[in-house]
Design a protein. Structure first.
Length: 264
């Protein structure tokens, strides 16, 4: 037999359940589930990044776009200006951590990880706390999950006057290449790797899906010129990145990068 108090409690629970069932969506609890997915792509081989004339050149920039002088493509998966890595390099002991940044001494930062919408704020907080930092070592940098934030961060690195360095065994890929370009001086070990590919918008359209005269291209070309490339090299480098599809990565070497920017 059910006691009166138990019966009353049952009625109360049922009433609350009915209220919640008809409550507005914004009044209900939202649970977010994050899923990590890994893609594997078949190797489609190298692709030209010039005009479709079989030469691997683009217009007046031919000397910069000789395809045979560049490293071969890789077949890793990627997302929006983001090239995932199976593992992140160990940052070692740090005085402080700010998102993907680790302050290792008075002048040196090490970076490993993604750029997100929060990363520019984390960088600003780090520079405020450690104003004498001079060197950014990019250990394992897959790219950006927020391209707007990535370019904001890149310009902040340039304003701070930081040297950007890819140490031996280091890897910068996708949007992280823009960060390396932002260094007031740039260094890279002989075995450093640079991974590039096309950007994609929120609808899945890639750079080459837009007409050549579309204003969408101006931001990248302007950024490359801002970082010291002349117009020919800016256009050549932009064409190179967009020659590899968004869901693939093309690896370049230190010497490949030296064809477009000065290394110190």
């Amino acid at each position: 037999m059910v006691s009166p108090s138990a019966f009353i409690r049952t009625l109360i629970v049922a009433a609350f359940a009915a209220i919640l069932a008809f409550a507005p969506a914004h009044a209900q609890q939202v649970v977010t589930v994050t899923t990590t997915v890994t893609w594997t792509y078949e190797d489609a081989g190298d692709e030209d990044f010039g005009t479709d004339d079989g030469t691997g050149y683009i217009d007046e920039n031919a000397a910069l776009l000789d395809d045979e002088g560049l490293a071969e493509s890789a077949d890793l998966g990627a997302t929006r200006r983001y090239a995932p890595s199976a593992t992140l390099a160990t940052l070692g002991r740090a005085r402080a951590n700010f998102g993907p940044f680790a302050v290792v001494d008075d002048t040196t930062i090490r970076m490993a990880g993604d750029v997100t919408s929060a990363t520019p704020r984390q960088f600003a907080a780090m520079m405020a706390a450690y104003p004498h930092l001079k060197r950014l070592e990019m250990v394992d940098c897959p790219g950006s999950l927020d391209e707007e934030a990535n370019l904001i961060l890149a310009r902040a690195i340039r304003r701070a006057g930081l040297e950007t360095v890819v140490p031996s065994g280091g890897s910068v890929r996708s949007g992280a290449v823009e960060l390396w370009l932002a260094g007031s001086t740039r260094r890279a070990a002989p075995d450093a790797e640079f991974g590039v590919h096309s950007w994609a918008d929120e609808t899945g359209r890639e750079a080459n899906d837009y007409p050549a005269n579309d204003p969408v291209h101006a931001e990248y070309l302007g950024y490359y010129r801002e970082m010291g490339m002349d117009d020919a090299r800016a256009r050549a480098f932009y064409a190179l990145t967009n020659s590899t599809p968004f869901d693939d990565v093309r690896y370049l070497t230190r010497d490949d990068m030296a064809r477009f920017v000065t290394l110190n």
